[in-house]
Design a protein around this ligand. Structure first.
Ligand code: NDP
Length: 266
């Protein structure tokens, strides 16, 4: 395949949770595929983490303009999200991209307690606000913005999912419900918007901050020791390995819009 065929042309890319972990790896892994005039927006709460992602992106492809957006998606209002999108993508005279890719990657584990112990109502509400509600709003705002500013661009939405969307894990009620809910939201989006490509991608167990929390904070003894064994036995994946697989899936386009595809699927 020639270098030309290997690029995605001029793109707008939005990655939530871009300051570290899988989100930073998505930014770095996707950057080399982007053509002249591409803009990549990374959203997270930590300016320092976004600055380090910007460095990775610039090194991977100097043609890409990286725009760091410091925003707490757990509390951000619709107006704040809209303002961030408009200032990133809505500038006068920006060339129209051929593709727009939206990676809903930001996510948290929440309290890893048994459901009978989840009595902190505020925590539960905040959990779903970040992991579900903000995703719905940001998604709708970006689709509307793209359809009004650049209607001929193709839109691809990638929801970072998990095995926990399909399988119950003891003491992971919030996480499992959040991931299952997100998968279903994006399955619905796929049926509503035939012109939008939607993928629910489960990245596999990653060797990063979130897995560290899983090994130390999971209330269920059996599950906690399973996570420790996975680490000790070298079964965790690097974020870049998982991102390479995600890029292969996007390139091959073998999934049906709305599908849940796991790193380990053939
Ligand atoms: P990390 O905890 O390493 O990173 C989470 C990212 O989300 C950070 O960039 C963080 O940035 C951002 N984030 C967290 N809270 C907020 C918030 N309130 N507002 C904005 N951004 C926020 O996790 P991973 O990289 O592992 O997780 C990425 C995705 O992959 C998640 O959806 C996760 O569920 C999923 N996943 C992870 C697996 C794993 O083994 N790690 C396995 C399967 C799925 P900051 O703190 O700067 O705000």
């Amino acid at each position: 395949m020639s270098g030309q065929e290997d690029t995605w042309g001029s793109c707008w890319v939005l990655v939530t949770g871009a300051s570290r972990g899988l989100g930073a790896a998505i930014c770095e892994g996707v950057a080399p595929l982007l053509g002249e005039g591409s803009r990549m927006v990374g959203v997270a709460r930590t300016a320092g983490g976004l600055a380090s992602t910007e460095g990775l992106v610039k090194k991977a492809n100097a043609k890409v303009t990286f725009i760091p957006v410091v925003l707490d998606l757990g509390v951000a209002s619709k107006a704040e999200m809209e303002a961030a999108l408009k200032s990133s993508f809505g500038g006068e005279g920006l060339p129209q991209p051929s593709r727009v890719l939206l990676f809903h990657n930001a996510g948290t584990l929440g309290n890893l307690k048994y459901l009978k112990d989840l009595v902190d109502q505020q925590h539960v509400q905040q959990y779903f606000n970040l992991n579900i509600c903000s995703v719905v709003t940001l998604n709708a705002l970006l689709i509307n913005l793209v359809q009004s500013l650049t209607p001929s661009s193709t839109i691809e939405v990638i929801n970072i999912s998990s095995l926990a969307a399909l399988q119950p894990f003891k003491s992971w009620g919030l996480y499992c419900a959040g991931k299952a809910g997100r998968d279903m939201l994006f399955k619905v989006l796929a049926t509503e918007e035939p012109n939008v490509s939607v993928l629910n991608y489960a990245p596999g167990p990653l060797d990063n901050d979130m897995q560290n929390a899983a090994r130390t904070e999971t209330a269920d003894d059996e599950l906690r020791s399973m996570f420790s064994s996975m680490k000790n036995e070298g079964k965790l994946l690097s974020c870049s390995t998982s991102v390479s697989k995600l890029i292969d899936i996007l390139k091959a386009k073998k999934f049906k819009s709305g599908d849940h595809v796991d790193f380990y699927d053939e």
